[in-house]
Ligand binder design. Structure first.
Ligand code: HOZ
Length: 431
């Protein structure tokens, strides 16, 4: 970390808890202090000391077009001159909602909120209201934001910090959440049978990204669909990460499974804060003011965020977007596999479309337990060695990295070269 980042972190520590506004920025999983970022452009971002990095975090997923894409900047400039918030309805909100409904077969109506956390929290409340049941089933290592009901055996920063649960969540609340192993449909079946008609919803990341990238086992999502239907339980897909990333219609398009409710975020805000949850007319008609399930927000459907989101989605719709993402991501995966083999470092590289994670383990990573077999110290050394070589990966083993449309073949080749060197460092630093 450079001098300026260090100074800022010291200052931040005096006025912000842990010096960061979200724990995953603190490099806890890999040691060291966080970078402070000054700017981003295309595939790169530049820190407060003027050092530039090829960025595979992409603001944790939203930046599918890279940093500061022209279309988003133009849309934002136009909206700024018209006003930044009205606390009243705008045409742009309707346009974004229509785009989401057209893209996602499971969504007939959608409510815009400000973050993925708000989206999942509201979807859970809606599922409880609609079914008249209280219990929730989630999966170990899946992270659905930091709402009380969902901070149970969560992934992402919670996994990185090794906190299975959080103080401050009353047992009366967390006791209503059952967390089960990801990719094990049989155990879901047993849980649904055990709890009979108590379970309001099963919520799942259809491709897990918050214990590192973990794809669904063949048939897992289909089995969840069948089981939840049989038990009168709603199936919620948390597509905050996967929505518009794996395909325009998200993981549900990719795997051909239609959930009852879907949660979105990240890409739909084009880099500004937005979330959304949606489903069919019957379920969504429970949302106030049409129905009685209350959920609200001063900045919901904020005109700037919505303008950025529309611009990002329009650009994404251009032919070739997803094939380019696939091509670049596959080239990166293959290069990393080769580099690891040449360095003699056993790794598992999980990739689905433009989401990927390099796990430092010999075990195939299919769930949270297998993700935990990773050598996080090795990941830390790899991360820092890459950082020194100008490549910024997710600063934790338990996160997904993202390829964007701004990454060029040169970026990919430079990353593979840097990874080859970094992997040799990983081995040579071994105690
Ligand atoms: N889901 C993101 C990380 N996996 C959220 C980023 C954050 O917590 O700051």
């Amino acid at each position: 970390m450079g001098k300026r980042s260090k100074e800022l972190f010291v200052r931040a520590g005096r006025c912000i808890p842990g010096g960061v506004n979200s724990p995953v920025r603190a490099f806890h999983g890999v040691g060291g202090d966080p970078l402070f970022i000054r700017s981003g452009r295309g595939s790169r971002m530049t820190d407060a000391d003027g050092v530039s990095y090829i960025d595979y975090v992409g603001s944790w997923g939203p930046l599918i077009h890279g940093h500061a894409p022209a279309a988003v900047k133009t849309a934002l400039r136009a909206q700024i001159s018209l006003g930044t918030s009205f606390g009243a309805s705008t045409e742009s909100e309707v346009i974004l909602a229509e785009m989401i409904c057209r893209a996602f077969p499971s969504i007939e109506k959608v409510r815009l909120v400000n973050s993925g956390t708000e989206a999942t929290m509201s979807a859970i409340r809606l599922a409880r209201a609609f079914t008249g049941r209280n219990r929730i089933i989630k999966f170990d290592g899946c992270y659905h934001g930091h709402a009380d009901s969902l901070l149970v055996k969560a992934g992402s920063g919670v996994a990185t910090l090794g906190l299975p649960d959080s103080p401050g969540v009353p047992q009366e609340v967390s006791g209503l959440t059952t967390s089960l192993p990801y990719n094990d449909a049989e155990i879901v079946q047993r849980a649904l049978e055990h709890y009979r008609s108590e379970v309001a919803a099963v919520i799942v990341e259809p491709v897990a990204g918050n214990m590192g990238t973990v794809p669904p086992a063949k048939g897992f999502l289909q089995k969840l669909r069948k089981l939840t239907r049989e038990h009168g339980t709603l199936l919620i897909f948390d597509e905050v990460m996967t929505g518009f990333r794996l395909a325009y219609g998200g993981a549900q398009e990719m795997y051909g499974v239609k959930p009852d409710l879907a949660c979105l975020g990240k890409i739909i805000g084009g880099g500004l804060p937005v979330g959304a949850y949606g489903g069919n007319q019957a379920i969504m008609s429970w949302v106030a003011p049409q129905g009685k399930m209350y959920q609200a927000g001063t900045l919901s459907g904020n005109p700037l965020a919505v303008a950025a989101g529309i611009a990002a989605l329009k650009a994404l719709k251009k032919p070739g977007s997803y094939s380019r993402l696939e091509q670049m991501s596959a080239a990166l995966e293959q290069g990393l596999v080769r580099a690891a083999a040449m360095a003699g470092v056993p790794v598992q590289i999980n990739r689905v479309g433009s989401m990927f994670t390099v796990f430092f383990t010999t075990t195939r990573v299919t769930d949270y337990l297998s993700a935990l077999t990773s050598d996080t110290a090795r990941y830390g050394r790899f991360f820092h060695a890459l950082l020194e070589r100008g490549v910024y990966l997710a600063p934790s083993q338990f996160e997904a990295c993202f390829v964007s449309l701004a990454h060029s073949r040169r970026d990919i080749d430079a990353t593979i070269r840097a990874a080859g060197e970094a992997l040799r460092v990983v081995v040579s630093d071994q105690p």
